[in-house]
Design a protein around this ligand. Sequence first.
Ligand code: CA
Length: 234
Amino acid sequence: MARTILIIEDEQHIVDILKFNLQKEGYETLEAYDGAAGLELALTKKPNLILLDVMLPQMDGYEVCRKIREEHLQIPIIMLTAREEELDKVLGLELGADDYMTKPFSMRELTARVKANLRRAVNQETSRAADSQPSNIIKSGDLTINIERYEAVKNGKVLDITLREFELLKFLATQPDKIFSREKLLENVWGYEYYGDVRTVDVTVRRLREKIEDDPSMPKYIITKRGIGYYFNK
Ligand code: CA
């Protein structure tokens, strides 16, 4: 069954490009050109994913996002922001957006994000259906992460990792295959006080790889997505 993507965007040429490329990838699309119409479509059609522009007539993207989450709809939302609105991405994430992209973006990157967010949504549904009890132990290859004990074990040996390294590993490993930008990792793992210093993420990833990977130069667990960020390969 084709999955449906709702595009809420008031600039016709962007809608056209998105529509064309998403349909080429096999998705069905719905379009709305203002916030109120977009919200209406989101609630009635329940699409599989929403691309949501921030600056919209009638109701802005933040408000649309907030109202969708108020209805407890877990549809992945990717916010589309213009470069000058970039600071507000924090607000978007707080309101329940799953991801954001800054205009102008490449269609290749956008479709990659769409796929990653859809895959994650499916994974979450599957794991919700499989057991309502969240698992506190993540196993992947020769690595075991025990969330309650703050331990990472490799080949039966407890690794000597710092709390921050553990938090980063936990954050990535609990959402496998989802690609996070360095900014998003900073916000989630370090908190807002570190906001902006993205090299901190690279340094911590490098240290973590030295501990969990067989060959840190050929990582199997924490993978770099060039130009985007990092993800955990389960
Ligand atoms: Ca706009």
